[in-house]
Unconditional design. Structure first.
Length: 459
């Protein structure tokens, strides 16, 4: 008979270990996964792989050669054959394993069983991607990586390519302007849209890129980054002057491409299919990224005169969206609300914005405007974002794919400091010099105050 004292001596450490594991699972899911979840899930996968594949309908009848070999060597029952499994590769957030599909199978068959595989192997989620014909990769995520976002430190931004968020499958979400030149980003107040914008500006500030801002909220969003901006408009009147300057800059770049490639000077811009990246590096103008915050302010009018100005600005934005990519001019259009009721040109402008990021919005119409034309099933996912999850968004593009992402926290002070440290990278663009924001010179902490110097004693 086991002594009660012995049970208490053994049960105490076991209870403490269990309590520590429960605490780590709730507060430090990454540590819990590396120490407890990873071994358990790996053991489950190895021990139940064949039976789980069979239960999910992912097995096929064995070949005749296999049947003959089994019958000749053993008396076992010939069972259906699952996809051939590769090496299990553990990661800091889950597992990765490749499967070679059996004849007659397709990746959609495995993707349809992702939810069953999740429950069978005790992980948070399972995602399926195609590696090459006949081979798929299962990405098993051990915990909710969007609850507390941690970006990998090894990620290094490339030119016009910035990691700004984390996807729900634990892969980074990269804002690549060379692949997706223009984007529409929507989000209500306190939805995390400003945080997303900070990451973009801070990431691009370290690159040889010209940053231009239109912030009709008197510059409260973009003014802290003024030291790195080549131009800034803080109201519709200034925007009405800045946009024509960008149009002229775009036309000058097209003239440069024509002169370099021998294209006739009277060739319309719409018929030029090349871009600045075909020019020699010493002749190539720097890329320009235009941030438009609160785009609805550019559409709102109060008088007939304002309506004419609005139509002109919207037309210029549409021209930049249609023709700017080849000239190295990219658009990042942001707002709380975007719909056809904003006026003429709203739908046409949206059609030119390939990328879409929708944070929590206050109405379903805005979510449909952002995602309805590219991924209708993503609209419900965007509408389900809770106010308690700032930074969570649904990202998609015109290819039809979409995923949930979340932006990590970045303080306004840190983003502004990055822009100040990168102020020397502001390129020289004569067309934008009249719109360069005035940046007050901050006194250095190492420079002594002349008034504090000891004064000589005089008689």
């Amino acid at each position: 008979m086991i002594d009660l004292t012995t049970l208490l001596e053994v049960g105490g450490p076991v209870a403490a270990l269990g309590g520590g594991a429960a605490y780590a699972r709730a507060k430090q899911p990454g540590i819990y996964w590396s120490t407890v979840g990873l071994p358990i899930s790996t053991l489950r996968l190895l021990s139940s792989y064949g039976s789980v594949m069979e239960a999910c309908g992912l097995t096929v009848a064995p070949s005749r050669l296999r049947v003959l070999a089994v019958k000749a060597t053993t008396r076992r029952e010939v069972r259906p054959v699952p996809p051939r499994r590769g090496i299990i590769r553990p990661t800091t957030t889950g597992l990765r394993v490749r499967l070679r599909l059996a004849p007659g199978q397709e990746p959609a068959d495995v993707a349809a069983s992702a939810e069953r595989l999740r429950h069978a192997w005790g992980v948070h989620a399972v995602y399926v991607s195609t590696v090459k014909p006949g081979v798929v990769e299962l990405r098993l995520v051990g915990f909710d990586v969007l609850r507390k976002v941690r970006m990998r430190r090894k990620l290094r931004p490339d030119l016009l390519r910035v990691p700004v968020a984390l996807r729900e499958d634990a892969t980074p979400f990269l804002r690549d302007y060379r692949t997706v030149p223009h984007q529409l980003t929507l989000g209500a107040t306190l939805s995390g849209k400003s945080m997303y914008l900070r990451h973009l500006v801070a990431g691009l500030a370290r690159q040889p890129v010209a940053l231009v801002g239109i912030d009709c909220k008197r510059g409260v969003e973009l003014a802290p980054f003024a030291s790195r901006l080549s131009a800034l408009a803080t109201d519709p009147d200034q925007a009405a002057e800045l946009l024509p300057a960008l149009i002229r800059e775009m036309e000058d770049r097209y003239d440069l491409i024509k002169a370099r490639q021998g294209i006739a000077p009277n060739t319309p811009d719409e018929e030029i299919t090349s871009d600045i990246w075909g020019l020699p590096e010493h002749e190539r103008p720097v890329p320009v990224v235009l941030f438009v915050d609160e785009v609805a302010e550019l559409f709102l009018v109060a008088t007939k005169k304002d309506e004419e100005r609005r139509d002109e600005m919207v037309t210029q934005l549409i021209r930049l969206a249609q023709l700017g990519r080849a000239a190295g001019i990219y658009l990042e259009v942001c707002g709380q609300r975007f719909g056809a009721e904003l006026g003429k040109g709203a739908t046409m402008l949206r059609a030119q914005l390939t990328g879409r990021v929708c944070h929590r919005v206050n109405d379903e119409a805005s979510a449909k405007m952002a995602l309805g034309d590219i991924a209708p099933e993503a609209v419900s996912a965007a509408c389900a974002i809770a106010p308690e999850q700032p930074g969570l968004a649904v990202a998609g593009d015109t290819s039809g794919g979409w995923s949930r992402i979340r932006t990590p926290y970045l303080s306004l002070g840190d983003a502004a400091a990055t822009c100040r440290d990168s102020a020397h990278l502001v390129p020289d663009l004569p067309a934008l010099k009249p719109f360069r924001p005035d940046v007050p010179v901050r006194p250095s902490a190492e420079t002594p105050d002349p008034l504090a110097w000891p004064r000589p004693v005089t008689d």
